[in-house]
Design a protein around this ligand. Structure first.
Ligand SMILES: Cc1cc2nc3c(=O)[nH]c(=O)nc-3n(C[C@H](O)[C@H](O)[C@H](O)COP(=O)(O)OP(=O)(O)OC[C@H]3O[C@@H](n4cnc5c(N)ncnc54)[C@H](O)[C@@H]3O)c2cc1C
Ligand code: SF4
Ligand code: SF4
Length: 821
């Protein structure tokens, strides 16, 4: 007898066109509801996996790397059995045969189709708008174009003073361009902010060195082969190397229209997110629903939920439109607006201003109900006002204190924890992803979440624009009490300021702050003279940013760097002369022996970095010891410095039978090029003549391993307490390339790592891919980093010993105590 089972029913085929935020959110929701229902294929015109478009601004400003904004990496698609086709735009929908055909020629049949093609930037059709050098601000390719232009410096004109324009302006300014924003209306972001808040924002941008021209109407973009200026209708001409058009977006209906779907401003859908063809759904910015189109993620995610439920088989799910509030971070300033804030007859305006804190709030009330609200600088009550607006709550009982926010009268007006505690469970915390307080608290307790990242991963709260991060942290603190350790990442520099290292650094660049008192004054330091944490960091950041202009402040250095020798546990010092590439000579050894005898130096030791260390030197003898060593041609080995320490080498092809290249000679060249530099922390290099790696090059900050065909460059290694093997950065053929890569790598580290961060944690933090993108993929950027490194070296290669041995610098440091004063 034979048994027989039915063949499995073939799964339905779902094709998604558009690998962006709305399309993939729909898939996430669908997989949660009906993981096995479809065979899914996703087409994306961009060559990348799904990323958080909102975060392109931080990528432009250099605050985040692309890897950090990826929402679903390729492994996610693989794990969920989704076929992902990137860099392949769908060009035709054949509705009769139910298939799509992409640019590559590939045709894929579907049972259900989801169109999520987003929108395209509006390019105003003035003469010159198609010139090279004119970009929109929509995707990673636009950001790359802007970064490339910014690397050359020069001038940028941003047309459009809305959210995108201002984010672009800020990013380009941070990247060193001269930026002018042209805005047609007379206040910025007029659709989200009232005049007062718009003016505050303009003032803030101008304070950061961005020029803002309102009432500016563009007549022409001037240029022959590429853009060179923007001419306004009033005749004014603004020179420009880059023009960013950020005047609006248009739903991307090209595909839908060509397929004959009903389209107005967008692809028209009903409450089930279905288009005029029952087999085709659509979500996102490309959609028109009940006559409305949307340009923020919150409503798109609501659409995604409904589309997913329908695809999963629900007969009930319906989208009825969204009331939107805008909670944004514009160039680091929190702004919030909701409802109608134009005011007018029968409306009452309640306004609060605190110029010193840069806070402005306006609540518009009509017939005892909130009609609209605008908050600038302090948005923590945005959710509360929005909830009352949506619910139509009577505000008469709290009318007198309404403007001071929810916590007023409770635990004090400025207590954000009390404000969050007082919210009902239904209050929306994350506007982008529509997550309310109850959902977050339940996830924290039921799933045992204890960090912001975990809450983001499980609930998506604060995973998009991030402006509700503070409230989510308050919820973690409220729910876990002492069990919440806080978020380590956003730690302020020290107790003298609330700003992080990165924020202070950006301010030094954008506000052109050139001295420690300047920084402390402009950034409103809490202490008059800083502390031992911030002073050395500020000194370093200023040295790095303004080579040749800023003068090192030795008072802001730790003792070892101040006296150019390492203090030992008995209070004496150790002295290490530089030995280029670990080479020495009879003359140098003789001079060292003489110094040891003359100053009765008790211990002489060979170090791990191939140098000779003289231990037990008295502080007052240091200048004389250095003078004697200088006389034999030796300079400081900087064994105490947050700077280049040593370049360790093996004997290489000159003596060793395995050697493939002259590793010692290359090590000497590297050391001659890099000595004297100041870096966030110490830096050690090494060159090994073959993969046997006798110089241990693969646990250095940068290590070169010579091979038959050239040189492997390894980065981010560390042999200290936390051993980390290097990552391979690149393989090159010539010594000249090794030198250029080394200079550019050192400069990238100098410019972007935080003070006291070694290269190993820095590379781990920013990701090897980022370092590769900056150094390997971008030859021009690499050359300019190297040029900046060499320029800064032209001011830093003075031997600090010589300056002090002859008594011209810091004489007081070395006088015996009895003589001081
Ligand atoms: C710089 C920036 C900052 C922003 N900041 C905020 C913010 O703070 N808050 C907020 O709420 N919103 C913000 N937004 C808006 C938000 O990013 C969008 O609302 C959201 O990304 C729209 O999602 P979507 O899926 O509809 O479109 P998208 O995310 O644009 O995805 C559409 C995708 O479809 C692809 N595509 C188009 N045509 C085809 C085709 N024929 N074949 C294959 N693929 C195709 C596109 O290449 C694109 O990758 C910002 C947008 C930008 C650009
Ligand atoms: S690394 Fe290679 S070339 Fe250098 S000493 Fe060792 S075996 Fe010789
Ligand atoms: S390994 Fe420890 S004891 Fe030895 S020199 Fe380094 S810090 Fe001092």
């Amino acid at each position: 007898m034979s048994t027989h089972t039915n063949p499995p029913t073939p799964r339905e085929r779902l094709v998604v066109v558009g690998n962006g935020m709305a399309g993939i959110r729909t898939l996430e929701e669908l997989l949660a509801k009906a993981p096995d229902r479809y065979d899914i294929t996703v087409f994306g015109a961009e060559p990348h996996p799904n990323y958080n478009r909102i975060m392109l601004s931080p990528v432009l400003a250099g605050e985040k790397t692309f890897d950090q904004i990826v929402l679903n990496g390729r492994d996610w698609y693989e794990a969920n059995g989704i076929k992902l086709l990137t860099g392949d735009r769908v060009e035709v929908i054949d509705r009769a045969n139910r298939s799509v055909t992409a640019m590559s020629g590939l045709t894929v049949p579907y049972d259900r189709l989801l169109i999520a093609t987003g929108s395209t930037p509006v390019i105003i059709p003035v003469p010159g708008s198609t010139l090279p050098g004119v970009v929109g601000f929509r995707d990673l390719a636009d950001v790359d174009t802007m970064l490339e232009a910014a690397a050359k410096g020069g001038r940028a004109v941003v047309i459009g003073g809305g959210l995108l324009g201002l984010e672009a302006a800020n990013g380009l300014k941070v990247k060193g361009m001269d930026v002018t924003v042209l805005h047609l209306m007379d206040t910025l972001m007029e659709r989200q902010l009232d005049r007062s808040a718009g003016a505050l924002l303009q003032h803030e941008l101008e304070r950061r060195g961005i020029t803002v021209l309102t009432g500016a109407d563009t007549a022409e973009i001037v240029g022959i082969e590429k853009v060179s200026a923007v001419r306004l209708k009033n005749g004014q001409e603004l020179p420009a190397d880059l023009v960013v058009m950020a005047v609006g977006i248009r739903p991307n209906t090209t595909l839908g229209k060509a397929a004959g779907l009903a389209c107005g401003r967008g692809i028209q859908v009903d409450d089930t997110m279905t288009t005029s063809d029952p087999a085709i759904l659509s979500v996102g910015e490309c959609v028109e629903h009940r006559g409305q189109t949307y340009g923020l993620v919150a409503p798109l995610f609501e659409m995604a939920k409904v589309a997913a439920a329908r695809l999963a088989g629900s007969a009930e799910a319906a989208y009825t439109g969204s009331v939107t509030s805008t909670k944004l971070k514009v160039t680091g300033v929190d702004v919030f607006s909701a409802g109608d804030f134009t005011g007018g007859k029968g409306c009452e305006d309640i306004v609060f201003r605190d110029a010193a804190r840069g806070v402005y709030k306006r609540v518009v009330v009509k017939e005892n109900r909130i009609l609209g609200a605008v908050l600038y600088g302090d948005t923590k009550d945005g959710g509360w006002y929005f909830q009352m607006l949506k619910d139509g709550t009577e505000v008469a009982p709290v009318r007198d204190t309404l403007i001071f926010g929810q916590s007023f009268g409770g635990e004090g007006a400025a207590n954000p924890k009390a404000a969050v505690a007082a919210l009902p469970d239904s209050a929306e915390i994350c506007g982008c992803n529509g997550v309310c307080k109850g959902t977050i608290v339940t996830a924290i307790t039921e799933k045992g979440l204890s960090s912001l990242d975990e809450v983001r991963a499980h609930t998506k709260a604060s995973a998009s624009c991030g402006s509700c991060t503070g409230q989510v942290e308050q919820l973690l603190a409220l729910t876990l009490g002492d069990g919440y350790a806080g978020e380590a990442k956003a730690k302020p520099m020290c107790k003298c300021t609330d700003r992080t290292h990165d924020e202070v650094r950006r301010a030094i660049t954008t506000l052109e702050l050139k001295s420690i008192p300047d920084v402390m004054q402009r950034l409103e330091w809490r202490t008059p003279d800083g502390c031992h944490h911030c002073r050395p960091a500020l000194n370093y950041y200023l040295l790095c940013e303004w080579p040749g202009e800023y003068k090192d402040d030795s008072r802001s250095r730790y003792i070892n760097e101040r006296v150019h020798a390492n203090i030992q546990k008995d209070g004496t010092y150790s002295v290490v002369p530089r030995m280029w590439g670990g080479l020495t000579s009879a003359k140098e050894l003789r001079a060292i022996a003489d110094v040891v005898d003359k100053f009765a130096i008790p211990t002489v030791k060979v170090t791990g970095g191939q140098r000779i260390d003289l231990f037990g030197v008295k502080k007052e003898d240091l200048p004389a010891v250095w003078a004697d060593l200088n006389a034999a041609g030796m300079v400081s080995g900087h064994a105490y410095a947050k700077g280049l320490r040593t370049v360790k080498t093996c004997v290489g092809s000159e003596w060793c039978r395995f050697g493939t290249q002259d590793s010692t000679g290359l090590g000497v060249k590297l050391e001659r090029m890099t000595w004297g530099t100041w870096t966030p922390h110490k830096v050690k290099l090494a060159v090994s003549g073959c993969p046997r790696n006798c110089a241990e090059a693969t646990i250095k900050d940068l290590g070169v391993v010579c091979v038959d065909s050239g040189y492997e460059l390894h980065v981010g290694g560390n042999g200290g307490m936390h051993v980390r093997a290097c990552d391979l950065l690149v393989k090159v053929e010539t010594e000249a390339e090794v030198l250029e890569y080394t200079g550019s790598y050192m400069q990238l580290y100098r410019e972007e790592a935080r003070y006291l961060e070694r290269t190993a944690p820095w590379v781990e933090r920013v990701g090897l891919e980022y370092v590769k993108r900056r150094l390997v993929d971008d030859a021009e950027g690499r050359a300019s980093l190297n040029a900046r490194f060499l320029f800064s070296q032209s001011f830093s290669q003075d031997d600090p010993w010589a300056e002090r041995a002859n008594g011209s610098v810091d004489r007081h440091e070395f006088a015996p105590l009895a003589q001081v004063g």
